[in-house]
Design a protein around this ligand. Structure first.
Ligand code: BG6
Length: 515
């Protein structure tokens, strides 16, 4: 075989400049009115407005677009602009020149969510700005409010004519999770939204889908010929999908006490990750075809057997502990949390996808707060070799191959395989081949909120939940929630774990597969 110099090899593995260039961003979507309900809240200041500003800076938000903050608080345009300016300064992205351009199209509209008169006034103001812009009047309504008012807002948008689309202009509704509290409430919410908006107008956000590496899962699986043939029960022994956090409940006890980790992380982010790992290849990379395949995965999830509850589900709640060298309180001592709360802050669930490809392969899904590290990672553990010819000579660990997909804090894919330790003896050790996506992303990547807002303006539903998927997941999780919440020994099921640890003892064996 010809010898190849390492620099030639480097070039061979470097991403092609042409491909990268061809994929460079397109232009900005058409101008629109971005109406943010709940604009006096935290989400708008911390995530949404900074995302819009970055889109504007990157040429991905048309500068003629109008951003309208809507909330109950009494504020005028100037006060709102001051707040948003502060938000940009806090995010360390403030730029004087760009701000000048942006502030003139930034407005505030006070509105009580159930006041028809105030929606009519909003419609009038939007009409005026759109007439000044001279376009058809595209409208994006972003609900950054507590979920309790989603239905009311959608209903009034419908009644006031704001949800109406025309040949020239769209009207879209963006909703953040939670989409209901269980299957019946998810259906009820959906029925209300659908009274005013058609399915193609509704964008249900899951910010995990907009993460760079999560978007890469399908590309990795279906854009390469070598991985898909081994992506099944014949070669894969188990899959672990984990999202661990160092933070506790913070200021969200009011919501979290009723949600717990299963509703907060599993009914959305973890289920999306599982589906991307497990789906069959769609015929075309197109929103509905991909979402059709995801729904098939959710429908194939094996219903949870009550008698195997303890074996397949570990629930935990953080006790006092030390995180980053700092003592932190127990969940039950956090502000707004009941001293006898049985809300789980940790869960490890073993799921099975009952189809031809995945029969018998356990999917361990884990998420928790106040754990040792912030880590979102998927680990595919392959089967052992069927027969080891080295059994008489090899020394050292013969570990199975592993493919590790790092979503946060790193953005990378690594493949672990066996290699010989250099030297006279035959001795094994696992080594790693790693590709770091962030290495070439400098300046080109979009953060999750930028990506979702951009896709909403473009009308691309690929990274958003469709209602049948939401319902299929609730259909799977609701019986589990009923089992955990309704049974008399719910407290017994809840394993306390020290903050700063890796969760309850009962799940440590699976947690180890992450490293
Ligand atoms: C949110 C949850 O959807 O995701 C939070 O409500 C959680 O409780 C957050 O902290 C985690 O997101 P990320 O992107 O930090 O992993």
């Amino acid at each position: 075989m010809d010898s190849v110099s390492s620099s030639a090899l480097g070039r061979a593995f470097a991403p092609s400049a042409l491909t990268h260039g061809e994929c460079a961003r397109g232009g900005a979507p058409a101008p629109c009115s971005l109406v943010i309900f709940g604009a006096s809240g935290d989400l708008t200041a911390r995530k949404l407005f900074p995302a819009l500003f970055r889109l504007l800076r990157g040429g991905l938000l048309d500068p003629r677009s109008t951003v309208v903050g809507v909330a109950r608080s009494g504020m005028d345009d100037d006060m709102f602009r001051r707040r948003m300016k502060q938000a940009l300064q806090d995010a360390d992205i403030f730029e004087e020149d760009l701000w000048g351009q942006c502030a003139q199209n930034l407005h505030y509209h006070q509105l009580h969510y159930d006041s028809p008169k105030e929606y009519a006034a909003l419609a009038k103001r939007l009409g005026q700005w759109e007439a000044e812009r001279g376009d058809g009047g595209n409208r994006l309504f972003y609900l950054a409010t507590p979920p309790a008012v989603y239905g009311t807002i959608a209903e009034h948008l419908g009644r006031s004519g704001l949800a109406r689309e025309t040949e020239e202009a769209y009207a879209r509704l963006v909703v953040e999770k939670p989409f209901g509290h269980d299957l019946p409430s998810a259906r009820a919410l959906d029925a209300t939204l659908h009274e005013a908006f058609a399915e193609h107008q509704i964008f249900r956000i899951d910010h995990y889908l907009a993460k760079e590496t999560v978007q890469n899962i399908l590309l990795f699986r279906f854009g390469n010929a070598v991985f898909e043939p081994i992506w099944n029960r014949r070669y894969i022994a188990s899959i672990t999908c984990a999202s661990s956090e160092k933070i506790g409940v913070e200021h969200r006890a009011g919501y979290y006490e009723h949600a717990g980790v299963l509703r907060d992380m599993f009914q959305n982010h973890m289920m999306q990750i599982l589906s991307l790992v497990a789906i069959e290849p769609p015929a075309l990379f197109e929103a509905d075809r991909v979402r059709d395949e995801k729904v098939k995965v959710y429908r194939a999830l094996r219903p949870f057997a009550p008698e195997r509850l303890r074996e397949h589900l570990v629930l935990g709640q953080y006790a006092r502990g030390v995180v980053d060298g700092r003592e932190v309180p127990a969940y039950r001592e956090e502000r707004g949390v009941s001293g006898s709360s049985i809300t789980p802050t940790f869960a490890m669930l073993t799921a099975y996808v009952d189809n031809w490809r995945w029969q018998g392969v356990p999917f361990h899904i884990m998420s928790g707060k106040r754990l040792q590290e912030k880590l979102t990672r998927i680990v595919i553990t392959f089967r052992d070799v069927p027969h080891s010819m080295f059994r008489d000579v090899a020394q050292g660990d013969m570990a199975p191959n592993r493919l590790v997909v790092d979503v946060a804090p790193d953005n990378a894919i690594s493949l672990q395989f066996q290699a010989k330790v250099p030297g006279a003896q035959l001795c094994f050790r696992p080594v790693t081949m790693r590709y770091d996506f962030s290495a070439e992303a400098s300046g080109t990547g979009l953060d999750a909120y930028e990506k979702v807002v951009l896709d909403c303006m473009l009308g691309d539903q690929m990274l958003f939940w469709r209602q049948d998927g939401v319902e299929a997941c609730w259909g799977y999780l609701t019986p589990i929630l009923d089992l955990c919440e309704a049974c008399g020994d719910a407290e017994e099921h809840l394993h306390p774990y020290p903050a700063g640890s890796w969760g309850p003892q009962a799940s440590l064996k699976t947690v180890r597969t992450l490293f």
